[in-house]
Design a protein around this ligand. Structure first.
Ligand code: PBG
Length: 313
C-alpha cells in the first residue's frame, strides 16, 4: 500500500490542513509597525493596521483562525492594560472584526504581558496570589468578548479561573462566548522565544508555582477534568511536541475539542536547524504537525500556519 503516492494518500489515517491551524499574532502600539522577532524568524510584532492586512491574507489562505497577544505601551503592577476597555488587544479585535469579520479571533487571556514584573498574576510577597488574580482575568475576558472576540483562552494557570470567567461572561451577557482553556500548561523552557516576542519574561523567579511540572501526566488529567467541570468548552495541552503522550491521554479521556500549542521553542528549533541546512524545513513542519494531530489534537496553534497553507493549500 506504500508503493505510490496515491496509494499512500488513500490509506492515510491522519489529515492536516490550514483549517486545523491557528496562527498567533503579536500586537504592538503604533502605526505601520512590523518588527521581526529575533528568535522567531518570519514572525513579527505588528501594529493593528498591519495586523488587519495580515488577517485578510490569513483568512484567504483558509487558516482556521488567529490568537492575539498584546504588548501594551505601559506595564504596571496591576496589569491594567490587560483589562482596559481600549487596550491593545481589545482595539485589535475591534479592527480585525471590522476588516475580516468571518476570521475566527481567539484572545489569549493572561497578565504576564501587562505586568511590570512579568508574572501572570498579582504578586504578593514573592509569589503570585491565585484568588485576587481571578478578578483581572475575568475583567480581561469580558473586555475581549465586548470587543468581539469569538473565543477567549485563559493561559495563566490560576485555579478556578474558568469558573470565574464563565460567570463573568454570563453576567455581562456573553453566554455564547466559548472558553478555550490552556488546561494542561507546563512550566516549559520552550516558551523562551515567546517571551522575547511578547516582552513577558518574569523579572524574578519563574512560573513553576503555577504552571505544571513537566514530569507529571496524571496531574494534567486532573487539571483538564477541573476545567471541564468549571465550564471549559475546549481544552489545550501546551507545549505539543514534547507532550504527545499528554495529548493522547487527554484525547482518550475527554470528548471536548482538544487543542495543542506548538510553542515558540518548537518553532525556533526547527527553523534554526533548517537555517543551518541540517533539516528540510517543509518536511519538518509537516511531520511535526501531523504527529500532533495523530496524537489526538483537533487543532493546533502554530507559527507554521501559513507554511501549512503554502504546502497543502
Ligand atoms: C502567556 C503565554 C505564554 C505562551 C502563551 N501564552 C508564555 C508563558 O507562559 O510564559 C507561550 C507561547 C509560546 O511559547 O509560543 N502566559
Amino acid at each position: 500500500m506504500r508503493r505510490t503516492a496515491e496509494l499512500r494518500d488513500m490509506v492515510r489515517e491522519t489529515r492536516l490542513g490550514p483549517g486545523d491551524c491557528i496562527y498567533p499574532l503579536f500586537i504592538v502600539p503604533g502605526e505601520d509597525v512590523k518588527r521581526e522577532i529575533g528568535a522567531m524568524p518570519g514572525n513579527y510584532q505588528m501594529s493593528i493596521d498591519v495586523a488587519v492586512r495580515e488577517c485578510e491574507e490569513i483568512h484567504q489562505l483558509g487558516i482556521g483562525g488567529i490568537i492575539l497577544f498584546g504588548i501594551p505601551a505601559v506595564k504596571d503592577e496591576h496589569a491594567s492594560g490587560a483589562y482596559a476597555e481600549h487596550g491593545i488587544v481589545q482595539e485589535a479585535v475591534r479592527a480585525i472584526k471590522r476588516g475580516v469579520p468571518r476570521l475566527v479571533v481567539i484572545t489569549d487571556v493572561c497578565n504576564c504581558e501587562y505586568t511590570d514584573h512579568g508574572h501572570c498574576g498579582r504578586v504578593v510577597g514573592n509569589d503570585v496570589d491565585n484568588d485576587t488574580t481571578l478578578d483581572w482575568l475575568t475583567r480581561s475576558a469580558v473586555s475581549h468578548a465586548r470587543a468581539g472576540a469569538d473565543i477567549v483562552a485563559p493561559s495563566d494557570m490560576m485555579d478556578g479561573r474558568v469558573a470565574a470567567i464563565r460567570k463573568g461572561l454570563d453576567e455581562a451577557g456573553f453566554q455564547k462566548t466559548p472558553i478555550l482553556s490552556y488546561a494542561a500548561k507546563y512550566a516549559s523552557v520552550f516558551y523562551g522565544p515567546f517571551r522575547e516576542a511578547a516582552e513577558s519574561a518574569p523579572q524574578f523567579g519563574d512560573r513553576r508555582s503555577y504552571q505544571m511540572d513537566p514530569a507529571n501526566a496524571r496531574e494534567a488529567m486532573r487539571e483538564i477534568a477541573l476545567d471541564v467541570e468549571e465550564g471549559a468548552d475546549m481544552v489545550m495541552v501546551k507545549p505539543a511536541g514534547p507532550y504527545l503522550d499528554i495529548i493522547r491521554m487527554a484525547r482518550d479521556r475527554f470528548d471536548l475539542p482538544l487543542a495543542a500549542y506548538q510553542v515558540s521553542g518548537e518553532f525556533s528549533m526547527i527553523r534554526a536547524a533548517a537555517r543551518n541546512g541540517w533539516l528540510d524545513l517543509d518536511r519538518a513542519i509537516l511531520e511535526s504537525l501531523t504527529s500532533i494531530r495523530r496524537a489526538g489534537a483537533d487543532f493546533i496553534l502554530t507559527y507554521f500556519a501559513k507554511d501549512v497553507a503554502r504546502l497543502i493549500g
